[in-house]
Design a protein around this ligand. Structure first.
Ligand SMILES: [Zn+2]
Length: 467
């Protein structure tokens, strides 16, 4: 017997859209079909709405130290923003302390995530790939951690990893069932370009993009792909920002390589021109890889359409303008990298993708939810509206319009890069495992409502499986 029936809506899955009711029993979906029996269940009329599987954001940074400061959003405020946009699960990056173990990073992040309002998984972001860390990698799947991120950028900081270590980690990952994620930018070239810019006195935010040209991303993307080819392991290239980098991924797919790829909303709606905003405003748009010339956008949309880009993550990494971004007022290299976007990610895709005819609503569900579950290792339980799956459901109002401004955002950042931008399409309500988590602008899910999701990366998982 079901507890809740969402009646009269249109179910949107990655495969298709159809009229159906959704019955929920406890925390799981019990049935999907027309005219389901209501006997005793709470019935919610959702006619006119789309019912989509709760969105999953495989790329966030909550409560994370970076560049001598710490992100503005913690797990309470960051997950409030997430669920307000329709996201019911995050996979966040547990950042290794360079002097600590990988298990300690996971434990620290579990502590931070005690405040999570939505379900969560954890990646490990490696900062010190020494022999101890390499020996420890095979223990991560046992902790429910299916993914590790390795940084080819940020030379001069602990994040930066040499190719030799990256390659060895790929070999280990292949053996123990981990998926390697790479931040692909050539750290050496960037360090040199930054040094030269500062020596010339070029200190403004726009130099952030000018010292990280597209080719440094494309080069590192190709290098990671080729190293993964030698190690014979799958790879996930996160935050693909430009056509040049995407071309390397397309070439890998043409060779049949299991290379997954992610792009992010900021690359579809902002550009390098935002970095040149008057005064120091450009600092709000400093993130890496940087915002690009808008001529890259058609390629990124095509990459989503063709499913060379499988997932759409936010890379939510929020810093206040006052007191954090302004650490780099006299030196762009000191501006903390990142921007908020966990709340806006679905609306960007509906407004600029579905409504403008670039992608179908089914592809939107794929890249926001279903493919996220497949790539990040929780398919079946998450990312689906089907019997047996967790009852994470977005009741999407396709016509609701919202103009983003700081005061109607649900996170804890003193600005929004989306200020003044109007979106059509928004969640009317959101269910997390059968419980109402968000409705009519109000976040109802309490801190601590989120549960850890043990993820398993099923190898070999060819990229074709999610295409
Ligand atoms: Zn990131």
């Amino acid at each position: 017997m079901s507890d809740l029936v969402l009646a009269g809506g249109t179910v949107v899955t990655a495969e298709g859209s159809f009229r159906a009711d959704v019955a929920v029993s406890g925390e799981t979906i019990e049935a999907v079909g027309l005219d389901l029996p209501h006997d005793g269940a709470e019935v919610v009329d959702v006619s006119g709405a789309r019912l989509m599987p709760g969105f999953i954001d495989g790329h966030t940074h909550m409560d994370m130290p970076f560049g001598g400061t710490i992100t503005a959003d913690d797990w309470d405020t960051g997950t409030a923003a997430a669920v307000a946009g329709g996201t019911t699960m995050l996979v966040d990056f547990s950042l290794q302390d360079p002097d600590g173990t990988l298990a300690e990073a996971v434990e620290t992040w579990h502590g931070k995530a005690e405040k999570s309002r939505i379900d969560y998984g954890l990646h490990v972001a490696i900062t010190n790939l020494d022999e101890d860390a390499k020996r420890e990698l095979p223990s991560l799947p046992g902790l429910g951690v299916a993914t590790v991120k390795i940084f080819m950028a940020y030379k001069g900081t602990p994040l930066y990893t040499e190719d030799e270590d990256l390659f060895e980690a790929m070999q280990i990952a292949r053996e123990c069932g981990l998926l390697v994620l790479v931040h692909a930018e050539n750290g050496d070239a960037i360090a040199k370009l930054q040094e030269q810019a500062l020596a010339r006195g070029d200190t403004e935010p726009r130099w952030h993009a000018l010292t990280r040209p597209e080719a440094v991303e494309a080069e590192a993307t190709n290098r990671a792909i080729r190293l993964a080819e030698v190690a014979d392991c799958p790879l996930l290239v996160v935050h693909v920002s430009c056509a040049a980098s995407l071309e390397e991924i397309q070439r890998a797919h043409a060779r049949g390589r299991p290379v997954y790829a992610e792009t992010c909303p900021q690359y579809l709606v902002f550009s390098d021109a935002d970095l040149a905003r008057p005064g120091f405003e450009g600092a709000k748009y400093v993130l890496s890889p940087p915002l690009r010339d808008p001529s890259n956008r058609p390629a990124l949309w095509h990459g989503l359409q063709a499913q060379d880009l499988h997932i759409f993550g936010s890379d939510h990494c929020s810093f206040n303008y006052a007191g954090q971004k302004d650490l780099g007022r006299d030196d762009f290299t000191l501006i903390p990298n990142g921007a908020p976007g966990v709340e806006e990610r679905p609306a960007v895709l509906w407004t600029h993708g579905v409504l403008e005819g670039r992608i179908s609503e089914n592809l939107m569900v794929a890249v926001l939810s279903t493919n996220q579950a497949k790539v990040h290792g929780m398919a079946g339980r998450k990312g689906a509206i089907a019997p047996g799956a967790d009852a994470d459901i977005v009741v999407w109002d396709p016509d609701m319009t919202v103009t983003a401004t700081r005061s109607n955002r649900h996170g804890n950042v003193d600005y929004t890069p989306y200020e003044g931008m109007t979106f059509t399409g928004a969640p009317a309500s959101v269910y997390l495992r059968g419980r109402l988590a968000y409705q009519d602008g109000q976040v109802l899910s309490e801190p601590g409502s989120g549960r850890f999701v043990h993820r398993t990366f099923a190898q070999p998982a060819p990229a074709a499986a999610v295409r």
